[in-house]
Design a protein around this ligand. Sequence first.
Ligand code: ZN
Length: 176
Amino acid sequence: MENSNKRKERVIPGDELAVIEEYESGKGTHTIDGQIHSSVFGKTKFDNKNKSVEVKGPRSTSELPQVNDQVEGVLENDKTLRIKKINGKISFGSLVGLMAKTKMPNWGTNDYIRATVVSLTNGITHIVVKNDNDDDGVIRSTCNMCADRVVKVQKGVKCVSCGFFKYKKLAADFQG
Ligand SMILES: [Zn+2]
């Protein structure tokens, strides 16, 4: 392999890591035709002393969301969702999803939302709040103005205190 100094650090399944003449295939890797590939999403660890390479993924790879899975969590900003649940199950993986651009810039860090995973390109969990999916949308929220409780009204939420209205795509099981 050329570029043997330039090792990838973050890898996805299938990425070439090294050749077996250089390294031994360790945990989280497999070998095809003399090439060591990553089997999981994670970080590479090249052990130059023992000449082995492994990929350390999250505690359990089954915790990673797959395409069409539904994830829930809190928005950290208008693009990043801190994932708390995958398909309704609590996730301990400290994962984030990247919101694909939507036409509704009405999300806020006070929103707990559900979204659908649309791709895992480059090891990033790309998510979208699908307009045609009743389950997707805001599940819990608070008033953008005064942080008080909001109730569901037509096409959005309204604050019980100050009456501030905000358009939001709500999940069918919106809880307020
Ligand atoms: Zn309010």
